[in-house]
Structures are given as structure tokens and as C-alpha cells.
Design a protein around this ligand. Sequence first.
Ligand code: CUA
Length: 375
Amino acid sequence: MVSDTTGCIDDGRWISAGGAHRPGFGIVAQVLSLAMLVSLIALVSTAVGATHSLSREAPVQTPNIFAPTSTPAFAIRDLSWFVLGICAVIFFVVGGLLAYSVMRFRRRPGEDSGEPPQVYGSNQIELAWTVVPVLIVVILFLATARYIFGIEGLQPTPNALQVTVIGHQWWWEIRYPDLGIVTANELHVPVNDKEEGTPTFLTLQSADVIHSFWVPQLAGKMDVVPNKTNQVWIDPRTPGLYVGQCAEFCGVQHAGMLLRVIVHPKDEFAAWVGAQKGLAIDDLAVRGGRELFQSTACINCHTVRGTPANGIFGPDLTHLMSRSTLGAGVASNTPENLRDWINNPDALKPGALMPAMQLSRADLDQLVAYLLTLR
Ligand code: CUA
């Protein structure tokens, strides 16, 4: 029936438009191979996460759920292989039987066009195609539930680092309540010490809409919901840079809400903490820019610790130049990009909530010179 698109149903009987063009096996085979191709592409694109490419020459990195470095991500990798394995078996059994039937039972020239024998009410067959899928679903459910309960609800250990991550349209605020550090878009954590156990526990909150925290190599996705606190923990085993991004549509710049996690060896992390704890550098050479910053609307949204600027709507700029990207990862943090960003954020990140400040060229130069000292 599938193979004959020129027929039609009339009075409940299948009537072939005999003699007319018969697409037959050719089309079915094409449809089948197309379906297989689409499934394979879907499989591969689920396996490999989104690609990070910054609009202005910053390193490109592709997060990959099959390259985990933290316990929750290892669990997800193992479970993914398990589910993919079961699905692959189903795919090849169903696809193979279908291909076999299409080949073996296709209509051949000179054959009569009557119906094949009709089979009704076979208890064995119906039991088989009911019980087997139910068993498969139960197995998948139990395996998933086991991993979820293994990861969620874990209490922070005494040596754990506590970090609060707050989703904003469209950037990440990162606070270390015990260390007195506030930064943005780049989460620095220590590598997990096997003996001491130094994982990082993240408390997720939102300042506006629903976001989703996702760093595929470290942990699974976790929604960041207004008026609700969610938890994620990571225990990275290898130092390095791990990229992530918001994984819940949150407005026009959802795709421009990138996140970088830098996992440091113990000493390196202590050095980073020491540098971030300090107040902003007060460089006399850029006094003009500093006064300009403090006399414009900049300070309504941004904090520079050690100065009167204490806005909290936008990222903390106390150590702006210690970060490698601008606009939550849309551009590298270079002097030219910083200048373009202040002049017109929309040019780099259309829809960004930071306004263009309409500064004169001279004022812009002064302001950039000041911000460049905030190391
Ligand atoms: Cu935040 Cu999508």
C-alpha cells in the first residue's frame, strides 16, 4: 500500500490506477535512506553540543558531552551511551525488517495485484509488540532514575566551594559569598582535590526570566528560575577551559549568553582569588576617564569596588580586564572591541540591554583608557 501512490480508496477497497506510473521500490528506498540519514544527523547533533564561535576572533571551542571531566558529566556520558546503544539496536532491527520486507515482498512484473493474506488477532504477535517495548521503557526509566538520584540532592562537603550564579538577560553574574568576590560570565573554580574533596556547589538564581545553566563537560542542564533556587555541583578532574551557554530561550540574545568555566590547579585558584579580592586599581594617569565614568549613567548599572560606582544591574567591572570576553562571550576583550562595545553595544550584540552612551570621541577614548586599567 505504501509503495503505490497512484491508487485510491473507494468503497473501502484498495483500487490501483492500473497501468499508470508506478513509483514502486525506487521511492520507498529513497524515503527509507532519507529517514536513516535524518536519524543519524539527529543522533550526531544531540551527541555534540552547540558550537561556540565568537563574532570577533576569540578561541573557538566545541563542548562535547562525550568528553566529560566531572562526575555528573561522566554519569550523563555513560547513560547516553547506554540509551544510544538500545536505540541503535531498535533502529537497526526495525529498519532492517522494513528494508527486508520492501525488497522481498515488492510487487514484481506480471504479479496479480490482489491483497496479500490478512492476519488478524494473533495473541503472540500482539503480546510481543506490547511487552517488549514496555520492558525497554522500564529499563530506560530505571537506569535514568538511578543516575538522577545518584547526582541530585548531594549535600555540600566541608571543603566545598560555594558559588552563586545569577542569570540575567543576557549575562551571568557570579558571586563567591564566602570570598567576597563578584564577577561575570567567567566562572573560576579549583580542580577537585581527590583527598580533600574540593567540589564546587553552585546555587542558581535568576534576576528576570528563566535561563538554563549548561556546561556539557561538567554537568547536565539545570534551569535557572525566578524566585526559585536550584543547585548544581561539579568536581572537575582536569584543569582547563570549559565552555557552556544558556540552554533555555530567554529573549533575543539567548544565543549570546555564553559562559566560560576556568578550572585551576589549587595554587593558581588561590592566586586568582587573591587578585579578585582587591579593590579596583586607582591609576592617576586615567583620572579623567574615571571621573567621566563616575559622572555618567555607567554607575547606575555597574559596580567598581573602591569607587562610588555601585550599580548592580550590569556586570561588576572591578576587574573587567581579567576577563577574556565581552558581552557574555560575544567578543574578545580587546581594547578595540571594548571601545566598540561602549560606543554601541547593539553593534556587537543586537538587543543588548546596555544603552549606547553617545559619548564624544575624546570622552570615549578617556573612558576606555580608564576601563583598561581595571585589571
Ligand atoms: Cu538566558 Cu537563554
